[in-house]
Structures are given as structure tokens and as C-alpha cells.
Design a protein around this ligand. Structure first.
Ligand SMILES: NC(=O)c1ccc[n+]([C@@H]2O[C@H](COP(=O)([O-])OP(=O)(O)OC[C@H]3O[C@@H](n4cnc5c(N)ncnc54)[C@H](OP(=O)(O)O)[C@@H]3O)[C@@H](O)[C@H]2O)c1
Length: 349
């Protein structure tokens, strides 16, 4: 049976929201996106309403265009802003779907987390007074957004997804793009620690499909969203980058404590590398039982490269600049690691 849902997507033009909106249009759904019209790309086939979700008048105008079967709030990151959207839209939407994050967990990235793990204390009435990216505030802010939803909506009217790291076409944070770009340059590529370290990034298209499936079947509750822990490795990631870019590169794995001693910033200078035992240990059994299916990492890497090499450009974002290491620093580190005997392994396809 074909189900045609009426869907409102708050945002919808950068990355996760854009993919959700595109996939919903592809399903034949009646899709409206709401944003300020300042940035990103509106998916073809979606109706667009422009306005600022922080402006009460704009929110009222948006609500007057309803009703919808569901609203998807991907970018909401300030509790008061999410609270006001929930209150304005509650009368005209059946269900509120919110994309939270693994960062909302208090123990992440230090310990493995499941949906039952404690979140950061989240104040639903918190406005930090700034809107720029802040790595420390991010998790507590998202936890506050979740708290705002839980306070104002009965559980059966909300669906909260907590993805781990999301990669794939349109990604603007710059993690995969940096690795692809660096590997493509070839030569000795500095890589962090153990090549066998398992990683658990999720493809944006798998997040979108799961979100829409769950929305269509009117599910509620909280779900971690990532592939099973213990699958792909960091070496797989870089191997797929070599294959996709057809680079002549050798991956030089350097002891991670040595890298830290030498001032390499985890997670940003070496994207996707972080020592914490819980970084890539999210329990995703609940989502898998509910139907989450994740494609192979090799497809995410290949499709991202193919998008970039066909001229794909992510939206400009402040986070992009913090990712990657300079050529000069990488060269010095590689020489120092040889000198200090800190090289763990060398791999090439
Ligand atoms: N990247 C990851 O690895 C990862 C992992 C886990 C969770 N997440 C979550 O995924 C989310 C990423 O979302 P996304 O950026 O890809 O979402 P998106 O919906 O594709 O893009 C953000 C949208 O918000 C709009 N917007 C910004 N401020 C607005 C305002 N005041 N009023 C109305 N619209 C506004 C932007 O358009 P205008 O500028 O034109 O208004 C844009 O359309 C984040 O919230 C993050 O918590 C990401």
C-alpha cells in the first residue's frame, strides 16, 4: 500500500535535513521545508516556506499552513528554540520527530552507551545566548532540546533519534572530505594509532530511510542510530579512500599516545580519531530490531567521493575549518615518529 504522508521539515537544505526531505519527496510524500532561505539547497519537489524559527510571528504563520502528519526537526540545537517550535506546531502536527545525537549522553565518548544511559542534565528552558558551534555545550544543549520535547508532548507523539557520527554526500562538517582529500594527494599519510580500531559512522541516507520508515509507521520512543559496533575499522575507512580516489598512498599508523604527546588534537586534526573507549561503542540493537539497515562503509566513501568529484559542494560551515592537519605538521610528525620508533604499522592496498 502506498502511504502519502504530509511532512514538515524544519531546515532541510544542508545535510541530514536535506536528505530526509529529498527521500520523502522520492517516496511521493507531500513535503514542506521551513527555513530562512539563506543557505543550502532546497530539494526539488518540496514546497518551501521561509521564516525564522526563532521569530514567534513566523512560527505562527508556519502553523497556519498546516496540518501535517509529522514535523521533522533535524537542526534544533537550542532548548528554548525547540520548545517554542514544539508549542507552536503541536496543534497542527500529529508527531514531532527530533534528530538528537550520541553527544547527548553524559558518558560519551568515555564509555559505551545504550538508550538507557544517562543524558547530560538538559534544561528545556536554556538559551545559551549564542548560536555558534560549541563542542562543549553541544551535548548538553541537545539533551535540553530532548527535555523540552518530553516535557510538552506525550511520549507517543514524539520520536527521538540519536545518531552517532553521520557521513555521506552533502556532509559539511568536513571529516570524510578531509580524509578523501588527504589520501588523494598520495605519499605517506599519517594515521592515528591502531589500524584495527573499529568505527561506527552511519550513512546519512540510512538515517533518512530509518527516520522516514519510523515516521510512516507512527513509531515513537528513542533510538540510537548507527551500524553495529565492532564492524568496519579505521584501516577499512582509509583503504576505501585509497580505492575511491585511486591514490598512490601509503598509510603510516603512528602510536596514538605519541600523537597526543606531540599535540595532535583528537577528533578534529585527525578527524574521526578519538581515544575514548566509548567513542564507537553505541548499542544500536533497538534500532536494528525496529528495521534500521546500514550500508557498507565502502559505499559511503565511494558515493561521497563521487559526489565531490562531480562538483558537489557542501554548505560553508564554521566546523569545516577545524578539521585536518597541515601538510607541514604532518611531515614533521612523520619524521619524528620514524626517529622515535612510534610507527605502529604501514598499510597500502
Ligand atoms: N553531522 C553529524 O555527524 C551528526 C551526528 C549526530 C547528529 N547530528 C545532528 O544532525 C543535525 C544536522 O542537521 P543539518 O544541519 O544537516 O540540518 P538541515 O536541516 O539539512 O540544515 C540546517 C537548516 O536549518 C536552517 N536554519 C538555521 N537556522 C534557522 C532558523 N533560525 N530558522 C529557520 N531555519 C533555520 C538552515 O537554513 P537557513 O540558513 O536558510 O535558515 C538549514 O536549512 C544537527 O542538529 C546535529 O545535532 C549530526
Amino acid at each position: 500500500m502506498i502511504v502519502i504522508m504530509k511532512l514538515l521539515v524544519l531546515g532541510g537544505t544542508w545535510f541530514v535535513g536535506r536528505v530526509v526531505a529529498e527521500q520523502a519527496v522520492a517516496r511521493g510524500w507531500d513535503v514542506t521545508i521551513f527555513n530562512r532561505g539563506r543557505s543550502g539547497h532546497a530539494p526539488t519537489g518540496a514546497a518551501e516556506i521561509h521564516g525564522d524559527r526563532e521569530n514567534v510571528v513566523d512560527l505562527k504563520r508556519l502553523a497556519a499552513s498546516g496540518p501535517w502528519d509529522a514535523v521533522v526537526d533535524v537542526p534544533g540545537s537550542v532548548p528554548t528554540v525547540v520548545r517554542d517550535s514544539v508549542r507552536a506546531l503541536q496543534p497542527v502536527v500529529e508527531r514531532y520527530v527530533f534528530v538528537s545525537t550520541v553527544s547527548a549522553y553524559r558518558a560519551w565518548p568515555h564509555e559505551p552507551v545504550s538508550e538507557e544511559s544517562m543524558l547530560h542534565p538538559g534544561d528545556p528552558d536554556w538559551d545559551p545566548g549564542f548560536r555558534h558551534w560549541d563542542a562543549v555545550a553541544y551535548g548538553p544543549l541537545k539533551a535540553g532540546c530532548e527535555a523540552a520535547i518530553r516535557r510538552d508532548l506525550p511520549e507517543e507523539q514524539s520520536l527521538i533519534l540519536r545518531p552517532g557520527v553521520v557521513l555521506g554526500p552533502y556532509e559539511y562538517v568536513g571529516r570524510m572530505r578531509w580524509w578523501l582529500g588527504r589520501v588523494r594527494q598520495g605519499g605517506g599519510v599519517l594515521a592515528p594509532g591502531d589500524p584495527g580500531r573499529t568505527i561506527q559512522p552511519v550513512d546519512v541516507r540510512d538515517v533518512g530511510r530509518f527516520l522516514l520508515d519510523m515516521t510512516e509507521s507512527r513509531q515513537s520512543g528513542v533510538y540510537n542510530v548507527a551500524p553495529p559496533a565492532g564492524g568496519a575499522t579505521f584501516a577499512d575507512l582509509l583503504h576505501h579512500c585509497i580505492v575511491a580516489t585511486r591514490a598512490d598512498a601509503e598509510i603510516v599508523w603512528v602510536d596514538e599516545d605519541w600523537l597526543i604527546e606531540h599535540g595532535v588534537r583528537q577528533w578534529t586534526e585527525m578527524p574521526l580519531w578519538r581515544k575514548g573507549a566509548g567513542t564507537w561503542a553505541m548499542d544500536t540493537r533497538r534500532a536494528r530490531a525496529a528495521g534500521l539497515r546500514c550500508r557498507q562503509l565502502r559505499d559511503t566513501v565511494a558515493d561521497t567521493w563521487s559526489w565531490l568529484s562531480q562538483g558537489g559542494e557542501p554548505v560553508a560551515h564554521e566546523r569545516d575549518a577545524e578539521h585536518g592537519i597541515t601538510v607541514h605538521k604532518e611531515r614533521e610528525l612523520l619524521a619524528g615518529a620514524v626517529r622515535d620508533g612510534a610507527i605502529v604499522a604501514r598499510t597500502c592496498p
